[in-house]
Design a protein around this ligand. Structure first.
Ligand code: IPM
Ligand code: MG
Length: 359
């Protein structure tokens, strides 16, 4: 089979982690007899520098035509002073919206080989951490009405609006319940229903969706409590479903308790099999181009791509097993370094994983 993948290397460490990932994908292609065609496009700060806009129409067109999109990272302090609509982050939001990617899966898994990287006490973590955050991605306060007015209570005022419709909550709810069916069959819906009207609607829709999934347990939790419970007892969670902004915050927290943000992949999905896959980490401009970045999060994101968008389970598993075996042999990039490990750079880590797939 032939698969068309739009590649967005982006800014900072993006290009180098994408380069290693392409290496790995090509090896998967050779080993399993698939053809992966890559089309590289400019999105982010680099696109702004080249064209004056962080998300050029031509880049968007290539993404829309592709079977899946693979993204490194966008952004950097170089573009921090641009107006909001021209910042690299705006390109990311524009891409998610234009591609209809309403559901963001962010699995937070503690790899056994990296137990020591976890900042929580061993008695709290027990056998490991395995949580999947399902974040609504193209609604809520990120996309609600916003603006400024001169006549605020105490001078000029700025506002952003959190709004959710029944249909928006329902589709993200279904995605979460479907995920739970494949996992431990528990969904925790996180909201702030003791204060926010939008959360009360969110909660009532979740209860409705739950009726179609009698095998799944639904529980509700306020976001402040959820932030606390994530460090107090992370193993009570299986799937967490929540709004765009709460999901942004809680997924960073969930990734931190695994101790290795450089390891965590993500998938952004809409209707159908199309998806955008990217590491959770950012563009880390401070280490860009120094062969220090960990390519594993991007490599694991392609495993998600193979599994979810292309239905290639064995190939996805081959990548995940290769990553595990390289970690078990003690190889580490500096972000996940512990005692007595073999430190390698971005390129060598990519090559080690590539070799492990061949075997
Ligand atoms: C993320 C990031 C983005 C977000 C930023 C870069 C716009 O933090 O993907 O979590 O807030 O969604
Ligand atoms: Mg974030």
């Amino acid at each position: 089979m032939k698969y068309n993948i739009a590649l967005i290397p982006g800014d900072g460490i993006g290009p180098e982690v994408i380069r290693e990932t392409v290496k790995v994908l090509n090896t998967v292609g050779e080993t399993f007899g698939h053809q992966f065609e890559f089309e590289e496009v400019l999105v982010g700060g680099c696109a702004y520098d080249a064209t004056g806009h962080p998300l050029p129409q031509s880049s968007l067109e290539v993404c829309k035509r592709s079977d899946a999109v693979l993204l490194g990272a966008v952004g950097g302090n170089k573009w921090d002073t641009l107006p909001g609509n021209l910042r690299p982050e705006a390109a990311l939001l524009g891409l998610r919206e234009a591609l209809g990617l309403y559901g963001n899966l962010r699995p937070a898994v503690l790899h056994q080989a990296l137990k020591n990287a976890c900042p929580l006490k061993p008695e709290i973590v027990g056998g490991g951490i395995d949580i999947c955050v399902v974040r609504e991605l193209i609604g809520g306060i990120y996309f609600g009405e916003r603006g400024r007015r001169k006549d605020g209570k105490m001078g000029e005022e700025a506002f952003d609006t959190e709004a959710y419709s029944v249909g928006e909550v329902e589709r993200i709810g279904r995605l979460a319940f479907e995920m739970a069916l494949k996992r431990d069959k528990k969904v925790t819906s996180v909201d702030k229903a003791n204060v926010l009207e939008s959360s009360r609607l969110w909660r009532s829709v979740m209860l409705e969706v739950a009726k179609d999934y009698p095998e799944v347990t639904l529980e509700h939790m306020y976001v402040d409590n959820a932030a606390m419970q994530l460090v107090r007892n992370p193993n009570q969670f299986d799937v967490i479903v929540t709004t765009n902004m709460f999901g942004d915050i809680l997924s960073d927290e969930a990734s931190m308790i695994t101790g290795s943000i450089g390891m965590l992949p993500s998938a952004s999905l809409g209707e159908g099999s199309f998806g955008l896959y990217e590491p959770i980490h950012g563009s880390a401009p401070d280490i860009a181009g120094q062969d220090k970045a960990n390519p594993i999060a991007t490599i694991l994101s392609t495993a998600m791509m193979l599994r979810i968008s292309f239905d290639l389970e064995a190939e996805a598993k081959a990548i995940e097993d290769a990553v595990t075996s390289v970690l078990e042999k003690g190889y580490r990039t500096i972000d996940i370094m512990g005692n007595e490990v073999k430190i390698v750079g971005t390129t060598e880590m990519g090559s080690l994983i590539q070799e492990a797939i061949k075997r």
